[in-house]
Design a protein around this ligand. Structure first.
Ligand code: ADP
Ligand code: MG
Length: 281
């Protein structure tokens, strides 16, 4: 009898703990204060998921982000990313995983200011040179891949612009293009709409939904239930433990953006009944 193998999850965390020891390196016994930021967390996500991580301030979201992003190691527990057991990795492997398996998107975009959109997106591909057994991309291939990523986020007409010549929403698109250019196992986004106004936030959520429909796996930390509603699954942390794991509303950001725009143009035109046109008598 043959059985269909279940695909390995992209993210598999078991019994993850992270403790911060305060009071200095030599503090012992009563002098040492241990902050238990994560207290034995189990979390798995498969390919194609779109998960938001919520929870009040101090609940452990950033700590979890850092571990998910291979910026930090847990004090206990195991974390397997795309089949690689990260807790046993040396720092080179850790750096390799960060560069190749994870696409980071930050609240503050983190683009290089004196560098065009295209060059910003090319950047993660330079690190391939330093990896053993990996054929580096040639100049042309790098450029082609960066162009394709910028087309995917709808910025084909802005490739030669510098970040200062782009709106916040456009800068975040560049950052998303940079995050997907190495074809990572998942995108890790930290409050990606935190610095954006309502319209730009909806555009970015719509873009994430588009990428997710094309198969990209996304984990997004957010404070706002409003944005979590666009994802397919919501996990909530409290005091370092996972207190709920529910299906998201999966609201359609593209549709809401269209409605938002038409409401605003109606308002601007003074066509909403009962609302006098601006400057009208
Ligand atoms: P959140 O991102 O949800 O606000 P954090 O992961 O930043 O939560 O913090 C979880 C807990 O761990 C908090 O009590 C915080 O004070 C503590 N903590 C976070 N980072 C450190 C650190 N570097 N040293 C000591 N305690 C920390
Ligand atoms: Mg935080």
């Amino acid at each position: 009898m043959t059985s269909i193998p279940t695909p390995a999850p992209v993210i598999r965390m078991q019994g993850i703990k992270r403790e911060y020891r305060m009071g200095g390196r030599h503090a012992k016994g009563d002098d040492a204060i241990v902050v238990r930021a994560l207290r034995g967390l189990d979390f798995s996500a498969g390919a194609g998921e779109f998960v938001s991580v919520m929870g009040p301030s101090g609940s452990g979201k950033s700590t979890l982000m850092n571990i998910l992003g291979c910026l930090d190691k847990p004090s206990a527990g195991t974390y397997t990313l795309d089949g690689i057991e990260t807790s046993e990795s040396d720092s080179d492997t850790f750096a390799y995983i960060r560069n190749r398996k994870i696409g980071f998107v930050f609240q503050s975009f983190n683009l290089l200011a004196r560098t065009t959109a295209l060059e910003n997106v090319e950047l993660p591909m330079f690190y391939r040179r330093r990896e053993k057994g990996v054929k580096p991309y040639g100049t042309r291939e790098r450029r082609e891949r960066a162009r394709a990523a910028l087309r995917e986020v709808g910025l084909e007409k802005r490739m030669d612009h510098y970040p200062s010549q782009l709106s916040g929403g456009q800068q975040q698109r560049v950052a998303i293009a940079r995050a997907i250019v190495n074809d990572p196992a998942f995108i890790l986004a930290d409050e990606p709409t935190g610095n954006l106004d309502s319209q730009m936030s909806l555009e970015i959520m719509g873009l994430f939904q588009q990428l997710n429909r094309r198969g990209k796996t996304i984990v997004m930390v957010t404070h706002e239930p409003e944005f979590a509603a666009y994802t397919k699954r919501i996990i909530t942390l409290r005091d370092g433990t996972l207190v709920s794991d529910v299906e998201g509303e999966g609201r359609d950001a593209g549709r809401e953006l269209a409605r938002w725009k038409s409401d605003n143009s109606l308002l601007a035109d003074g066509k909403i009944p009962g609302v006098p046109p601006e400057g009208g008598a």
